[in-house]
Design a protein around this ligand. Structure first.
Ligand code: HEM
Length: 471
């Protein structure tokens, strides 16, 4: 070989070798450099669980953020966790690198809802189910149930008037449960509805209990009620199959679906997803509706503005004998902004949980495989950098759209809430019915928050309601 040719080969070899070394170093260097985020892991075994539960969780998170910045570590309920308090971090975990973080829920919830519900999955099974759930809750599907939701609102609220004290949150739970049943089954026979209501109430009490199936415990009772729910659901499914109806409600979508391999869903898969949607739909919506009733009571000028908007719609429908329509619910700008500001202010889902499926590096910090990862929505919603005077209830701030990724009441990415359109519709209909027909008074001077686990005004906001005399 000529010298020239030999040198070219040596040069080529050296360049390739150096590139390989650089590539490896680039790949490995961050891992070597990356440290765990700042923060405290608390006591051995219990970590900071006691501090977390002995104070308002939002204060726990805010204090940590002040001390350590937007990323910090802690140890809760036996798990090492990394908490992330910035819009970019929430997007990183939930959207751009979502494949590196799997959903994770307490065992009691997974067992009682059913392990085949979409929340607990990633990949093809999740995508398939999500399409079905999202389809049945899309504007095209729910625009036809405005009248039915209004009828539910009327029947729940009509039992309030007379001035006796009611627990607003409990009443809102009745409303959101009925709307959930409507979205899932369409019109369901009364005896099935009663069976579902009775048993779901018991399951609901077990969600936050310790998952030990010891007779007499809340968890054990919930477990038995869940079995009864499965039985009722299989009767409903069987009846639907016999009737061969092509309904557009969630049950219809689940029954008529096939995956890419042409397989249909099993009855257990359908049942777990029905219970899952009931779980996702009830307390969340009830909690935010309770907060809205409180905020409207606390801010009389806003209440007047909302009343004026809603009474104009109510009056025009009354004169022409029409019911509230989907189009009208899209034209309630003041009420809409009150709803958004309530979602921000109350931040009923303060954070979500994921688990790192591999070692992940974020902003120079290591998030080790197996650690829980919690994007903190509330911290973003209450950050003065994104929402000026964040502790003031000011719906006018939503006259301008918030900065990207700063406002995530319904999450983001592949697991974002598929029920958000239904939740908003339900809220608008509730407000329409409430302010155009009722006046109310919150009972007691105590203000505060209780967690169950979503934040709710203290004691469920006891209140008295009267029908407005002019209606
Ligand atoms: C104001 C009321 C509601 C709020 C604030 C809310 C919020 C959320 C949030 C933040 C998530 C994402 C959780 C995560 O990423 O870990 C979520 C997921 C979900 N929500 Fe909602 N939600 C509400 C109402 C509803 C309703 C009415 C339904 C159904 C009728 C529903 C069904 C679901 C389902 C099925 C998921 C799981 C989606 C998945 O894993 O792909 N939600 N919700």
């Amino acid at each position: 070989m000529e010298w020239g040719g030999f040198l070219v080969h040596v040069l080529f070899f050296l360049i390739t070798f150096m590139s390989f070394i650089c590539y490896k170093r680039n790949k490995e260097e961050p891992r070597k450099k990356a440290n765990l985020p700042p923060g405290s892991m608390g006591w051995p075994y219990i970590g900071e669980t006691l501090q977390f539960y002995s104070q308002d969780p939002s204060i726990f998170f805010a204090t940590k953020q002040k001390r350590y910045g937007e990323i910090f570590k802690t140890h809760l309920l036996g798990c090492p966790c990394v908490m992330l308090a910035s819009p970019e971090a929430a997007r990183f975990v939930l959207v751009t690198q979502a494949h590196l973080f799997k959903p994770t829920y307490p065992k009691s919830k997974e067992n009682l809802i059913g392990p085949r519900a979409l929340f607990f999955h990633q990949g093809d099974y999740h995508t398939h189910l999500r399409k079905l759930v999202q389809g049945s809750l899309s504007p095209g599907a729910i625009c036809n149930i405005v009248g039915d939701i209004e009828a539910i609102a009327a029947s729940v609220m009509d039992s309030w008037f007379g001035g006796h004290v009611i627990n607003t949150y409990h009443e809102m739970k009745k409303f959101s449960f009925e709307v959930g049943i409507l979205a899932i089954f369409g019109h369901l026979e009364a005896h099935y509805k009663e069976e579902l209501k009775e048993n779901y109430r018991i399951v609901d009490r077990g969600y936050n209990s310790f998952a030990a199936n010891i007779p007499g415990t809340l968890y054990n009772k919930a477990h038995l009620a869940r079995k009864r729910l499965s039985k009722t659901l299989s009767e409903i499914i069987c009846e639907r199959k016999e009737k061969r109806l092509l309904e557009k409600d969630l049950l219809g979508c689940l029954l008529n679906s096939k995956n890419d391999e042409g397989e249909i869903l099993s009855d257990d898969q359908i049942a777990d997803n029905i219970i899952g949607v009931l779980f996702a739909a009830q307390d969340t919506t009830a909690s935010i509706m309770t907060w809205i009733i409180k905020y409207l009571y606390d801010y009389p000028k806003l209440l007047e503005a909302v009343k004026t908007e809603q009474k104009a719609i109510h009056q025009s429908n009354k004169e022409s004998n029409y019911q509230l329509t989907w189009t009208q619910t899209r034209k309630m700008p003041i009420t809409h902004r009150v709803m958004l500001e309530s979602l921000r202010m109350a931040s009923i889902i303060s954070f979500t949980f994921r688990e790192a499926v591999a070692d992940v590096e974020y902003n120079g910090y290591l998030i080790p495989k197996g650690w829980k990862v919690m994007p903190l929505f509330r911290n973003n919603h209450h950050n003065p950098e994104f929402f000026s005077n964040p502790h003031i209830f000011d719906p006018s701030r939503f006259e301008v759209a918030p900065k990207p990724n700063t406002f995530m009441p319904f999450g983001s990415g592949v697991h974002a809430c598929p029920g958000n359109k239904l939740a908003k519709l339900e809220i608008l209909i509730m407000i329409h019915h409430l302010v155009s027909k009722f006046r109310w008074e919150v009972v007691g001077s105590q203000s505060g928050i209780q967690y169950g686990p979503f934040p709710v005004p203290l004691h469920g906001l006891p209140a008295r309601f009267w029908k407005e005399s002019s209606i």
